[in-house]
Design a protein around this ligand. Structure first.
Ligand SMILES: *Cc1c(COP(=O)(O)O)cnc(C)c1O
Length: 369
């Protein structure tokens, strides 16, 4: 395609992000009265009711710029996680922190290692800087850490480990990840993206924050978009050694996290009872769905997150299209590297039953068991 205005070379290599249709469009298109979005792994229970209370009473200070240093939020998160606030960098979603990392540390021709498939933003941001994504296939839906290690070269700057991994929901074992972090040369940055860590219920999950002192090249990403239920406000953060944090702050927009996001994140963090309840309900929903998939003879990746990727034996576009007609929006695996799957967010008990019934009827009608 010939562009009238020539972009930087790096931009020409980037495919546009494929967004799902809006719920409003889907409702109109299929004449639906109710629709449930199980496609983007948001918290199906929303956010803490305390955030909603704040919204009702406040909002008069919005003519002021936000706190560019997110002082109150930094203090809260620092106390909650037990890390010095100098080690925190907040972003307009953790998506922005990924971009700050590649912006600050990646030069043209540098390499960044990541899994295939994983969160697509790693690759896009690496390409944007003219870097080379080095893609290492998952094994059984799980990061192949040995394979990733084998791909380290003198040009390697960054390694991304998404744990749990999006879109497969799998985690890497505790010992395996620790050994990996130990084995990576200390000048290569290891980014562990823990967007879904609050949903993990197994003991075999590495606690990374205590490792930050020993491994100055380790960066941990967290977000308020998933279990905290604030995806619409855009706030996430990275935890890392102070030197790296200082560099990223130089790169970020000054007022990158808006006032409402900062305030809501503080309130949401204070309501850990809500978070525990969501973790618990999600685990029950996950067990229910996995049990039903077993009963239907469908394979799926073992999930430690709030979504499951299930192999239906039918093209994901076909299945997701049929599900929309039933008012259920899921993500087709064709966009995610596994064409015969769909990725479904674990919903409420009612959502999950509705999803299983709809899926079963689709598979029966299409002549699959
Ligand atoms: C959703 C998600 C994020 C978080 O994105 P935000 O920008 O914080 O909303 C980061 N990493 C992964 C793997 C995700 O799935």
């Amino acid at each position: 395609m010939a562009l009238k205005f020539k972009t930087r070379e790096a931009v020409t290599h980037i495919a546009p992000y494929v967004l799902g249709k809006t719920l409003l469009d889907l409702k109109k298109e299929h004449g639906l009265s109710s629709i449930r979005k199980l496609s983007e792994n948001e918290n199906i229970y929303g956010c803490s009711p305390k955030v909603k209370e704040w919204f009702k009473e406040n909002g008069s200070d919005l003519f002021l710029y936000p706190d560019g240093a997110a002082v109150d939020l930094s203090q809260k998160v620092s106390a909650f996680l037990g890390v010095p606030k100098e080690q925190l960098v907040f972003g307009n979603g953790s998506d922005e922190v990924i971009r700050l990392l590649t912006r600050a540390y990646l030069s043209s021709g540098d390499e960044a290692i990541m899994a295939d498939v994983t969160f697509p933003r790693y690759q896009t941001n690496v390409l944007l800087e003219g870097g080379t994504p080095v893609i290492v296939p998952l094994v059984a839906g799980t990061h192949d850490l040995q394979g990733m290690h084998d791909h380290i070269t003198p040009r390697t700057k960054l390694i991304f480990v998404c744990n749990p991994n999006n879109p497969t929901g799998t985690i890497v074992g505790k010992r395996e990840l620790l050994q990996f972090i130990e084995s990576v040369p200390s000048h290569v940055l290891v980014v562990v993206d823990e967007a879904y860590m609050e949903y993990v219920t197994t003991d075999d999950y590495l606690e990374t924050l205590p490792l930050l002192t020993a491994f100055e090249n380790l960066i941990v990403l967290r977000t308020f978009s998933k279990i905290y239920g604030l995806a619409g406000l855009r706030v996430g953060f990275g935890v890392m050694n102070e030197e790296i944090a200082e560099q990223l702050r130089k790169v970020k927009d000054v007022f990158n996290v808006n006032t409402v996001a900062q305030k809501s994140a503080i309130i949401a963090l204070e309501d850990q009872a809500f978070i525990r309840e969501c973790t618990h309900k999600n685990e029950q929903g996950r067990h229910y769905l996995e049990g039903e998939f077993d009963r239907m003879g469908l394979s799926y990746f073992p999930s430690q997150s709030n979504f499951i990727m299930v192999d239906t034996g039918l093209n994901g576009d076909v299945v997701s299209h049929e599900l929309v007609k039933e008012g259920l929006v899921v993500r087709s695996g064709t966009l995610l590297g596994y064409p015969d799957t769909v990725r479904v967010t674990v919903g409420t008990e009612e959502d999950n039953k509705r999803f299983v019934a709809a899926l079963e009827s689709i598979l029966n009608n299409k002549g699959v068991k």
